[in-house]
Ligand binder design. Structure first.
Ligand SMILES: [Fe+2]
Ligand SMILES: [Fe+2]
Length: 249
């Protein structure tokens, strides 16, 4: 068993794993190109909203599972910080899921010219590819092997920052729907919270926690396998969303 003793070394190795994440199909994909390429009609945006919400509504639950299923104390503490942030740093109105639901309902209401409630966003069943993503994600985060959980979390948090920046760039295509410049930016709180701070912190925390459970070469290998599995799940998810959004547009 080869031990990697130095914590800084371990963190540097984990950081090297995620360094080229933006070249993976989970980020470099056709959906983001379509989304950022220009405004889409209501039916296409409605499909995006449904699938994105169906996927994202479990994010905080996954972080909660990472707390439960990580035994290493230092790693668990990092997961707790992430979880607290997902729930609005103690303010229910600022829970990330609430900010997302509010934004999506606002965007669809403006685009559709009628009031769209947050409840309406969940009326239809998600795509099979989205359901497959959620099932695969839950399986990884429910693992009794903390290295699997931390590999998945490492991927989830590093994908999230890149995802939020790309989704936000696409959202800017709809800015004229808000009557005043400042109204648009007020509405975009979900994105600013993530890009400005939350996902940057979550990335740092996930590197620390993944490094904490990677004491041996074998540990690194398990973390890496789970990380790759999460990238694949995510690439498949966006492929499904792209097909459905393109078909609806
Ligand atoms: Fe979040
Ligand atoms: Fe996050």
């Amino acid at each position: 068993m080869t031990l990697v003793h130095d914590t800084a070394d371990r963190a540097a190795r984990i950081a090297a794993v995620v360094a080229d994440i933006d070249t993976s199909a989970a980020i470099d994909n056709d959906f983001y190109r379509l989304w950022m390429g220009g405004p889409l009609p209501y039916p296409a945006v409605a499909v995006f909203a449904r699938e994105y919400l169906a996927r994202t509504r479990f994010t905080a639950v996954m972080v909660a599972l990472s707390v439960l299923n990580t035994t290493d104390l230092a790693a668990r503490v990092e997961c707790v910080k992430n979880l607290y942030s997902e729930y609005g740093n103690g303010n229910a109105e600022k829970a990330h899921l609430v900010l997302l639901e509010n934004f999506l309902a606002d965007l669809l209401s403006r685009l559709g010219g009628r009031e769209v409630s947050t409840g309406e966003l969940t009326l239809e069943e998600p795509l099979p590819s989205t359901t497959a993503f959620s099932a695969g994600q839950r399986e990884l985060f429910s693992s009794t092997d903390q290295r699997v959980v931390q590999g998945a979390l490492l991927a989830q948090e590093h994908l999230a920052f890149a995802m939020l920046t790309r989704l936000y760039e696409g959202v800017r295509n709809y800015k004229p729907l808000w009557p005043r410049e400042d109204d648009f930016h007020e509405a975009c709180e979900y994105f600013y919270v993530h890009i400005g701070e939350a996902e940057k912190e979550h990335k740092r925390e996930a590197v620390v926690s993944a490094a904490a459970v990677s004491r041996t070469e074998a540990d690194f290998a398990v973390v890496l396998r789970a990380y790759d599995a999460f990238l694949t799940l995510t690439a498949d998810y966006w492929r499904g969303v792209h097909q459905a959004v393109a078909a609806a547009g």
